[in-house]
Design a protein around this ligand. Sequence first.
Ligand SMILES: C[C@@](CO)(OP(=O)(O)O)[C@H](O)COP(=O)(O)OP(=O)(O)OC[C@H]1O[C@@H](n2ccc(N)nc2=O)[C@H](O)[C@@H]1O
Ligand SMILES: Nc1ncnc2c1ncn2[C@@H]1O[C@H](COP(=O)(O)OP(=O)(O)O)[C@@H](O)[C@H]1O
Length: 281
Amino acid sequence: MNLPDRWPAPAKLNLFLHVVGRRSDGYHLLQTVFQLLDFGDELRFGVTSDGVVGRAAPVPGVPEETDLTLRAARLLKERCGVRRGVRIGIEKRLPAGGGLGGGSSDCATTLIALNALWGVGLRRAELLRLGLELGADVPVFIGGRSAWAEGVGEILTPLELEDAWYLVVAPPVQVSTASVFAASELTPHRPTITIRAFRTGQGRNDLEPIVRRRYPEVDVALRWLAAHGEARMTGSGGCVYVRVASAAAGRRILEEAPPGYGGFVARGVNRHPLYSLTRDS
Ligand SMILES: C[C@@](CO)(OP(=O)(O)O)[C@H](O)COP(=O)(O)OP(=O)(O)OC[C@H]1O[C@@H](n2ccc(N)nc2=O)[C@H](O)[C@@H]1O
Ligand SMILES: Nc1ncnc2c1ncn2[C@@H]1O[C@H](COP(=O)(O)OP(=O)(O)O)[C@@H](O)[C@H]1O
């Protein structure tokens, strides 16, 4: 099998996100659609014989103790009795805590890559279970398909979504997912919808009004993008996006971004670039 030298960790968008209930442990039950993008972080793995799992270099904005790639590598090593070690290098392009799933995607890519590089040989379903222990957003990246999701994001139904370009804007804020879900205004009782209803245009992001009120920078971005289409927030924010006709059209809009606002233009994809590296049986 030909393995890459640089391992992609793509971003996701939540095309809608409904909060439909609450589990006894406090986690909220969701309905959402995960759209994978052809843009994301990039990882490198240097396998060693010293048994140590560590970083190749510091990652700005991600302290070592919280880095999900290290936690993923240690979990795989421990559970599968791997003796070898690894140095992990991350080229971060996705803003941490932006609702683009960057940390979760880095984590999934680490599991997929080390499963191959260490010769562990776990199947997709086994990697999915390990991924879920590390975060609710990890399974979709291991499943490797854009998907309809329920539960806390782990009950996945692959979807073929329309070909589309997205302009993604990152306001200069970092939103805490925990504080958004803890907001007193959040009423987790929305009736569930069907995939067919989503396909006819139903669905919104229930967390968006909460984040807009608390982070004026997100409100500014949504009002600016609304002039160009149906602007929406992804996940618990703070990134927002709008569908655009082409990459060039998206870049033209991004040139008008207020000072301090970043962003990128990406294409929606139905498959993760590493999809074929994990076997189903
Ligand atoms: C909201 C979503 C939608 O895709 O995306 P992001 O904005 O993070 O990308 C995810 O469900 C985020 O999942 P994940 O990224 O694993 O969340 P965590 O950081 O572990 O969650 C931090 C805290 O938020 C609360 N939380 C999170 C997810 C959930 N379904 N219900 C919750 O109540 C919990 O209090 C949890 O301790
Ligand atoms: N490799 C990583 N890259 C980014 N964030 C990470 C990583 N590992 C752990 N994290 C932690 O995960 C949190 C959420 O990051 P991320 O998944 O990028 O955003 P979101 O969950 O909003 O989509 C960050 O605040 C950070 O502390």
